[in-house]
Write a protein that binds this ligand. Structure first.
Ligand SMILES: Nc1ncnc2c1ncn2[C@@H]1O[C@H](COP(=O)(O)OP(=O)(O)OP(=O)(O)O)[C@@H](O)[C@H]1O
Length: 268
């Protein structure tokens, strides 16, 4: 990634030849009078994992939630600027948010399966999107669970309550639920922070496999995790992107002192 940051526009560009799955132009988010995101312009490369890192309260989750219009539901939140997906600005009222979220799926910090069976956790959303055919539903349930690396563990107990699964399995079920709708892009907000180290590493392995098919953007506080799984890393601070580059560069030779201080644990 060239990481050309122009002073005029604050656009941080991907490699010119890279295929861009999603980008924001001059994105601002306000909560009432407070400006949480201050004009962020970034491009996300297709079939790569991009990590958003930075200290607590710097706006990572706010930015992530804006990308599939989840901030629409947050009282007092106002998102301005462009979010360009497949050539159109999806941050305009005329665009159907459900369509946006079908294409740009989200997985949250705490596993939040519905209080239903493993099967229904996935089939429910598909039915809501109009799919009624049982064999088609069965097939998508199986493929999604396979892609989320959960099928082998649950294939004989699809009618068991999802709440009986372990935390790591529940999170992989939530990933399966998100990919069942066949999104292009997966947004994950600290998806492993509530998990033990073994479940964390299983979720990380799952994400590495999923990037073959999806573009992944993940908020993480865990810098080892960012360096293990992501191709690109963006360092957020006080509502701005301070530096955005290939992950190995961010962690070994960042260009900006604040990034260096943060990744080396000397931030303060
Ligand atoms: N619903 C809200 N209403 C008002 N202010 C909010 C709301 N959500 C977040 N904020 C504020 O916006 C700023 C950015 O918060 P955000 O949660 O996006 O940061 P973050 O970098 O993801 O933090 P963390 O790493 O702790 O999750 C913070 O000052 C926070 O207090």
């Amino acid at each position: 990634m060239g990481n050309e940051k122009t002073l005029e526009t604050n656009i941080i560009r991907m490699r010119p030849e890279a295929e861009v799955a999603l980008k924001t132009n001059n994105l601002h988010v306000h909560y009432g009078d407070f400006e949480a995101i201050k004009g962020v312009s970034m491009e996300f490369e297709k079939n790569k994992i991009t990590s958003l890192i930075g200290p607590s309260g710097c706006g990572k989750s706010t930015y992530l939630r804006s990308l599939n219009r989840m901030n629409d539901a947050v009282p007092g939140a106002k998102v301005t600027g462009e979010i360009i997906y497949q050539g159109i600005d999806v941050n305009v009222p005329e665009v159907d948010v459900f369509e946006v979220r079908k294409n740009i799926g989200m997985v949250f910090q705490r596993p939040n399966p519905f209080s239903k069976s493993i099967y229904e956790n996935i089939a429910f959303a598909l039915r809501r999107h109009g799919m009624k055919d049982k064999s088609a539903l069965d097939e998508i349930v199986e493929t999604s669970l396979k892609q989320a690396a959960l099928w082998d563990q649950v294939k004989d107990q699809l009618n068991k309550s999802a709440l009986a699964l372990s935390g790591g399995q529940q999170q992989r079920l939530c990933i399966a639920r998100a990919i069942a709708l066949k999104p292009d892009i997966l947004l994950l907000d600290e998806p492993a922070s509530a998990l033990d180290p073994i479940s964390t590493s299983q979720v990380e392995e799952t994400l590495l496999e999923l990037k073959e098919k999806y573009t992944i953007i993940i908020v993480t506080h865990n810098m080892q995790q960012a360096s293990r799984i992501s191709d690109y890393t963006a360092f957020f601070y006080l509502g701005n992107v301070i530096e955005y580059d290939e992950t190995r560069k961010i962690f070994t030779r960042p260009k900006i002192q604040q990034t260096e201080d943060y990744v080396s644990g000397h931030f303060g």
